[in-house]
Design a protein around this ligand. Structure first.
Ligand code: F6R
Length: 607
C-alpha cells in the first residue's frame, strides 16, 4: 500500500516534517523508508530497509538539508524490502527523485526499452522506470512538468507519485491514477500525501487530487491539470475536521469497515499481478504429482474455495488442509512429488510455516501466496505470489480473503489453459467475469449497507447462527461463520447444506437464524430443498442471492442481493461481502471493537 508525503516550505527544514509525516503514515507500510530533499541545487537522499524508528536511529532521517522534499514508507510490491528497493528512486544522474504508491503493470517492457537506450537500473522495483522515463523526456528538451506528464502516458496500472528534481528545485510534481493522493494547503507551505493523516497537525485545508490529474506544488501555490487534455482544474481547499486517528481510518469508524470498502481496489490490484509468476506457479501446479493447499483460518477458507476452482476449471484435484493438522493428517504421504501451495496473508503464521518446513524436509515443492513481501513464506517458497492488498490492520481478514480468492481463481484459469481442459470461449467468459468482480463487489457493498444494519437490529439477540451453502458456497458459509464468531462473539455453525440433515438440523426451532449462501448455480435446485427443510422447522431464513432471484427471495425472511451474474466458481468473492458487513455491524451493535477482538492476534506466530 505504501505511504507518500511531500512538502514545499517557504521557510524551515523539510526533513523533520517528512520524517514525522511518514511516522503518521506508517500504518500503510513499514518495511523500508526514504526521503529526498534539495538544497543549493543538490538532491540529497537517505533511505534504508526497516521500520522508520530503526532507520532513523541508524541514519538520522531529520538530518537532510533543504526546505523542499519528498518521503516514502514502503509496503513492498515489486522487489524485496532491501535498501536498494526503498524509495525514492532516481534517474541515472541522481537529478530526479520519485516516490510512488501503486503498481506499474507494464514496467518490464518500459525497463527493457530504457535499458536499450543506455539507462542503468539499480532496483527490482516497478517504480524505477518513472525517473528514467522522466530523464529521457527531459533529455529531449521537455520541462519537468511536461516530462512527468508525458511519462505518465506510458504507464498502465495504479499510481500516486511525487517527483522532485534539482533541475527545477522549487517544485514537487504529483499525479494520481487510482492510488490516493491529497494536497494540503498551509501557511507558506504546501504538502502532498497518501492521506490527510500525514499533514493533519500542519494544516486541515485539503484538496483531493482526482484520478488522471497532475498537480505542481510550490511553497505558496498549487496548480492542477487534467493529464489527458491538459485543461487546468480549479479546486479550492476544503476544511476537514478529522482527528489523526479518524484520518488513518479515512473517516471510517474502524479499520475493518474501511478494509471491507477497500475490497474493490484490492481486487483490481490482483488483476495487475505479473504474468511471469502466475504462469510459473500454474506450470508447477500442472506438473505436480499431488497438490496440498495449506493454510489457517480465513486463508484456509480461501484454500477450500480454491479446491473447487482447481477441480472445476483445471480438472486438478487438490487437498485443502488446515495447517495445524497437516503433519498428522498428510505427513507420511508427503514426498518429492508433492506440491504444497501455502496461503498466508502474513506469511508468518507458525502453523503454516511448520507445515511448509516439514514438507520441505521431505523434498516437496513449496509455492506461496501471501500479502507480505519479505515474509518467511516468501523466503522459503520456490515461487511466490504477493496478492497486493496492502496492510490489513483489522484483526479479521476481509480484503485479503477476497484478494486471495481472486489470485487463486486466476491461477486455476491458467492451469486450465495449460491443460486445455475447457473451451477457449469459456475461458474468455471466465476471464471477463474475473475482471468484472471489483465492480460487482463495489456494487454489493453499497447495495447491502443499510439492509445489513436493518437485519442486525432484528437479529442481534439471537444466541446462535447457522450458515449453509452447497458446492463452493460451503467455503463462503465457513468464512461467514468465522467472521461472525470472532468479531461479534456469536457462536455459529457452518456446514455444507447437504450435511445439515445428518445432525445439526436437530438444533433448529422456530426463529432459529439460518443463513443460506445461494448463488444461481448448479446447486440451486437442491439448496431450495434445504431451505424448505429449515422453513418447515420454523427457521428464520436469511439468504445471500443473485439480484432478482425472486424464488429464493420469496422463501426468505431477509435477503442480501449481489448485483450482476457471476460464474459459480467466482461467487464466493462477492457473496461473502454482505456477510462480512453482517459480522462487522453485529459487533458494532453489541458495543464491541471489531478491529481488536479479544484473545486474537493479527498474525499467530505460535503453534
Ligand atoms: C480470521 C483471521 C485468521 C487468519 C489466520 C491465518 O479473520 O484473520 O483466521 O486468517 O490466522 O493468518 P495468515 O493468513 O496470516 O496465515
Amino acid at each position: 500500500m505504501c505511504g507518500i508525503f511531500g512538502c514545499a516550505l517557504k521557510n524551515g527544514k523539510a526533513a523533520p516534517l517528512i520524517h514525522a509525516a511518514l511516522k503518521r503514515l506508517e500504518y500503510r507500510g513499514y518495511d523500508s523508508v526514504g526521503e529526498a530533499t534539495i538544497q543549493n541545487g543538490i538532491l540529497n537522499i537517505k533511505k534504508d530497509q526497516g521500520k522508520i524508528d530503526d532507520v532513523h536511529k541508524a541514519i538520522d532521517l531529520d538530518n537532510l538539508p533543504g526546505n523542499i522534499g519528498i518521503g516514502h514508507t514502503r509496503w513492498a510490491t515489486h522487489g524485496a524490502p532491501y535498501q536498494v528497493n526503498a524509495h525514492p528512486h532516481t534517474d541515472c544522474e541522481n537529478k530526479i527523485a520519485v516516490v510512488h504508491n501503486g503498481i506499474i503493470e507494464n514496467f518490464s517492457e518500459i525497463k527493457k526499452e530504457l535499458e536499450g537506450l543506455g539507462h542503468e537500473f539499480r532496483s527490482k522495483t516497478d517504480t524505477e522506470v518513472i525517473p528514467h522515463l522522466i530523464e529521457e523526456n527531459m533529455k529531449k528538451g521537455m520541462s519537468l512538468v511536461e516530462a512527468v506528464r508525458d511519462s505518465l502516458k506510458r504507464l498502465s496500472g495504479s499510481y500516486a507519485i511525487a517527483v522532485l528534481s534539482n533541475i527545477e528545485p522549487d517544485k514537487i510534481v504529483v499525479a494520481r491514477n487510482e492510488s490516493p493522493l491529497v494536497i494540503g494547503v498551509g501557511e507558506e507551505a504546501t504538502y502532498c500525501a497518501s492521506d490527510i493523516t500525514a499533514f493533519l497537525p500542519l494544516t486541515n485545508r485539503t484538496v483531493i487530487l482526482e484520478n488522471g490529474e497532475l498537480s505542481v506544488l510550490e511553497a505558496d501555490k498549487y496548480e492542477i491539470w487534467n493529464i489527458d487534455d491538459w485543461k487546468p482544474v480549479k479546486r479550492e481547499p476544503e476544511q476537514v475536521t478529522w482527528t489523526t486517528e479518524m484520518a488513518q481510518k479515512q473517516g471510517y469508524p474502524h479499520f475493518m469497515i474501511k478494509e471491507i470498502y477497500e475490497q474493490p481496489r484490492c481486487l483490481r490490484d490482483t488483476l495487475r499481478l505479473q504474468d511471469l509468476y502466475l504462469d510459473l506457479m500454474a506450470t508447477f501446479l500442472d506438473r505436480a504429482g499431488e497438490v496440498f493447499l495449506v493454510a489457517a483460518g480465513t486463508s484456509y477458507h480461501a484454500c477450500l474455495a480454491a479446491s473447487y476452482m482447481f477441480s472445476d476449471l483445471a480438472f486438478l484435484a487438490t487437498h485443502p488442509v488446515i495447517a495445524s493438522e497437516f503433519i498428522e493428517q498428510e505427513g507420511m504421504a508427503i514426498n518429492i512429488n508433492s506440491t504444497i501451495l501455502a496461503v498466508s496473508q502474513s506469511g508468518e503464521t507458525a502453523d503454516t510455516l511448520a507445515a511448509v518446513d516439514y514438507a520441505r524436509n521431505r523434498a516437496a515443492t513449496i509455492l506461496g501466496l501471501t500479502n507480505a513481501v519479505g515474509s518467511t513464506l516468501t523466503r522459503i517458497s520456490r515461487v511466490y505470489i504477493v496478492q497486493q492488498s496492502g496492510p490489513e490492520i483489522g484483526v479479521a481478514a476481509t480484503k485479503t480473503f477476497t484478494s486471495q480468492m481472486s489470485v487463486l481463481a486466476q491461477l486455476a484459469l491458467r492451469v486450465s489453459k495449460i491443460r486445455g481442459k475447457i473451451g477457449h470461449r469459456q475461458i474468455e467468459e471466465l476471464e471477463k467475469s474475473v475482471n468484472q468482480i471489483p465492480d460487482i463487489v463495489e456494487a454489493t457493498i453499497k447495495k447491502n449497507e443499510s439492509k445489513v444494519l436493518d437485519v442486525v437490529k432484528k437479529l442481534k439477540k439471537k444466541p446462535v447462527f447457522f450458515f449453509l451453502g452447497r458446492g463452493i458456497s460451503s467455503a463462503t458459509a465457513q468464512e461467514a461463520r468465522l467472521k461472525l464468531m470472532e468479531i461479534a462473539y456469536v457462536p455459529s455453525i457452518a456446514y455444507p447444506a447437504g450435511e445439515s440433515k445428518h445432525g445439526p438440523i436437530s438444533l433448529v426451532e422456530p426463529g432459529f437464524p439460518v443463513v443460506f449462501v445461494c448463488p444461481r448455480d448448479e446447486t440451486r435446485k437442491t439448496i431450495v430443498g434445504n431451505i424448505m427443510e429449515m422453513k418447515a422447522r420454523g427457521a428464520s431464513i436469511i439468504s445471500v442471492i443473485e439480484e432478482g432471484d425472486e424464488e429464493i427471495k420469496s422463501l426468505s425472511d431477509e435477503y442480501f442481493e449481489v448485483p450482476g451474474s457471476l460464474p459459480e466458481i467466482l461467487t464466493p468473492i462477492a457473496f461473502i461481502v454482505p456477510l462480512q458487513q453482517l459480522a462487522y455491524y453485529m459487533a458494532v451493535e453489541k458495543g464491541l471493537n471489531p478491529d481488536m477482538p479479544r484473545n486474537l492476534a493479527k498474525s499467530v506466530t505460535v503453534k
